[in-house]
Design a protein around this ligand. Structure first.
Ligand SMILES: *[C@@H]1O[C@H](CO)[C@@H](O)[C@H](O)[C@H]1NC(C)=O
Ligand SMILES: *[C@@H]1O[C@H](CO)[C@@H](O)[C@H](O)[C@H]1NC(C)=O
Ligand SMILES: *[C@@H]1O[C@H](CO)[C@@H](O)[C@H](O)[C@H]1NC(C)=O
Ligand SMILES: *[C@@H]1O[C@H](CO)[C@@H](O)[C@H](O)[C@H]1NC(C)=O
Length: 355
């Protein structure tokens, strides 16, 4: 048998297994039932386009906003006609509402960070229900044709916990005691990733597909997929919180156009039972917190079909107990600082039989 006659069947097998394992289409509602997410909701859209001020009123009235307000960039939001009505996202999910207006976000020329462009709001699924320990969001996003990605920017995901202002915006790395966030980011050339503010427990920063930034968020599997501009893209993001809170068995998973793109287990998303999943974190802007991230022209994204699924069951995967090194409180570290220097002296005294 020649080498080439062996090669072809092998290549064929490799190709077929890639196709069946990685290329399989899974509609969002099928995924929801696979993960036993029994309750669901969707965010209301108006039936006609609206001015900016009517858009703001609509969002405040219908989207269950944290503190009853749009956090940033209210003037950059508007319900407009769908510019990509004829360019749907490929995949298997049904598009229940493809004819109505879509939500446009504007990023003004030169803008970067949530202070100068884009928009940020936290839509609580049910403000009087803190029992969600698993949540999944699905939405469609379109970028203007020829979108200049520059270095990157934030995209919507999920968040939770009683602190609605932490876990984003360059706030300190979280210890998981009052919030988590799992947004998406686009990076150079439209590369996608999950961008999380979660504790970096049990050495996850050393894993190949994780990039930790000591001050900000944690990038999970950068470049696992790439966004396309000038058409709709569908994102489905699942978060299952770790349980109990001192075991790193949390799980996040992402499907791009209904094809599996990212899964990451062994995460500690929270260190306290007060942190549960709250809802959609529509947070999007260029950057980054300096001008090198700024958009070189005014540009837009568009959103439609926000749907949420949830359950009161946390992750049931296995995970390790969070090692103590991650959990040093400031009191503990001060105590250690006070006593550690004396240990050599104590050892010498002991050896000399003084103690
Ligand atoms: C774990 O949870 C999944 C849903 O996320 C469920 O399908 C599975 O049956 C559960 N396994 C056990 C052992 O409970
Ligand atoms: C919100 O949650 C509360 C407590 O679980 C429940 O009684 C109520 O029906 C929920 N409201 C909606 C609109 O789902
Ligand atoms: C980050 O932590 C430092 C030191 O604990 C504190 O001084 C600073 O105010 C914190 N910054 C933010 C944005 O929370
Ligand atoms: C964007 O702003 C920069 C700096 O003000 C300016 O030089 C550039 O011409 C602007 N671009 C467009 C497309 O207006």
């Amino acid at each position: 048998m020649s080498h080439t006659s062996l090669l072809y069947p092998l290549l064929y097998c490799a190709f077929m297994s890639l196709g069946s394992v990685n290329g399989q289409l899974v509609a969002a509602d099928v995924l929801a039932s696979q993960y036993s997410l029994a309750t669901s909701t969707s965010l209301a859209f108006p039936s006609a386009t609206q001015s900016n001020s009517d858009t703001q009123s609509f969002l405040v009235s219908n989207w269950g906003l944290s503190k009853g307000r749009i956090q940033n960039g209210a003037s950059d939001l508007q319900f407009v006609n769908d510019p990509f009505a004829n360019d749907p996202a490929p995949g298997a999910s049904s598009n229940p509402d493809v004819s109505g207006p879509v939500l446009q976000v504007t990023y003004p020329n030169g803008s970067y960070s949530h202070d100068t462009g884009g928009a940020q709001l936290y839509s609580l699924w049910n403000a009087s229900d803190s029992s969600f320990l698993s949540m999944m969001v699905s939405y469609e996003i379109a970028f203007d044709s020829g979108f200049d990605w520059v270095q990157g920017g934030k995209l919507p995901g999920l968040r939770g916990g009683p602190n609605p202002d932490g876990c984003s915006g360059g706030s300190n790395a979280t210890d998981g005691s009052d919030c988590f966030s799992t947004r998406l980011m686009w990076r150079k050339q439209g590369e996608g990733e999950i961008y999380a503010y979660i504790p970096t427990s049990n050495g996850i920063c050393k894993e190949n597909d994780i990039i930790c930034n000591s001050d900000f968020g944690t990038s999970i599997d950068r470049g696992a997929f790439s966004f396309a501009s000038g058409q709709w893209n569908r994102i489905t993001l699942l978060v299952q919180l770790n349980n109990p809170v001192n075991v790193a068995n949390g799980f996040v998973s992402l499907y791009y156009n209904d094809v599996h793109a990212i899964s990451q287990d062994k995460l500690q998303l929270r260190s306290s039972d007060v942190v549960t999943a709250g809802g959609l974190y529509l947070s999007t802007f260029f950057g980054g917190s300096d001008y090198s991230w700024a958009t070189p022209q005014t540009t837009h994204t568009y959103f439609r079909n926000f749907r949420l699924w949830g359950s009161s069951s946390p992750s049931n995967l296995t995970g390790s107990k969070v090692s103590a090194a991650n959990k040093l409180s400031s009191v503990e570290s001060r105590v250690r600082l006070l006593f550690l220097p004396w240990i050599p002296f104590a050892a010498v005294f002991c050896a000399a039989g003084v103690l």
